[in-house]
Design a binder for this molecule. Structure first.
Ligand SMILES: [Zn+2]
Length: 209
């Protein structure tokens, strides 16, 4: 197998420096990965492959360092009877923590406030989805965290989240080869877990999105 004749140490240091300048401080030996694919990192075309790889990895979502629940702190008094709120088509991109490859899709989020409860601005539903997604994740955990945040931070009768995404790791040649496949996950708490009509509202909204 071809190997970098410059010495992998030199490549690794160059890559580390580049990534550290970007504030990541990665210690990953990124020259070894192109080498393992038979890329020698020597000629004009491939010399910068380790650096490009480090840059791609650095640009994957790695968290904002902030708690998404902060978006739920600002609430407003509700008017009249509690009304079901559903936001559809919330696009998100995340990174599969198992394969360090991206997955992306859209979310449908619903919540039913308790009578007389304060409510949030609707845009906050999109913000918490995107912020929980913006870190190495599993699709299931994003949905669980979104629903848990709504139930924990707001006075609601229930909350639900449906996520539909395609995963690069499912389409890779040595993986499931499931190009075009989507994964749907459902996360239901409170009234959404026992009220079939409420649940259907959420699923119908997701279907007609
Ligand atoms: Zn994966």
């Amino acid at each position: 197998m071809p190997h970098c004749s410059q010495g992998s140490r030199r490549c690794a240091v160059a890559t580390e420096n580049q990534v550290e300048r970007a504030g990541v401080g990665a210690s990953t030996h990124t020259c070894a990965l192109p080498n393992s694919f038979g890329i020698n990192c020597e000629d004009e075309s491939t010399r910068n492959a380790p650096r490009r790889l480090a840059r791609v990895l650095h640009r994957l979502p790695n968290g904002t360092g902030r708690n998404p629940k902060r978006h739920l702190r600002i609430t407003f008094p509700s008017v009249g009877e509690p009304r079901l709120i559903i936001a559809t088509g919330i696009t998100f991109t995340s990174v599969c923590e198992h394969h360090v490859l991206p997955f992306s899709g859209h979310a449908t989020v619903g919540c039913l406030p308790s009578p007389g409860a304060f409510v949030i601005g609707i845009s906050k539903l999109a913000r918490i989805v995107r912020e929980y997604a913006a870190r190495p994740q599993t699709q299931e955990r994003i949905g669980e965290q979104v629903v848990a945040a709504l139930v924990d931070c707001l006075d609601v009768q229930g909350a639900g989240c449906v996520l539909r995404a395609s995963h690069v790791c499912m389409a890779r040649p040595r993986g499931a080869r499931a190009q075009g496949a989507h994964v749907t996950t459902e996360h239901l708490r409170g009234a959404f877990s026992y009220d079939a009509a409420l649940r259907d509202c959420l699923f119908d909204a997701e279907a007609v999105r």
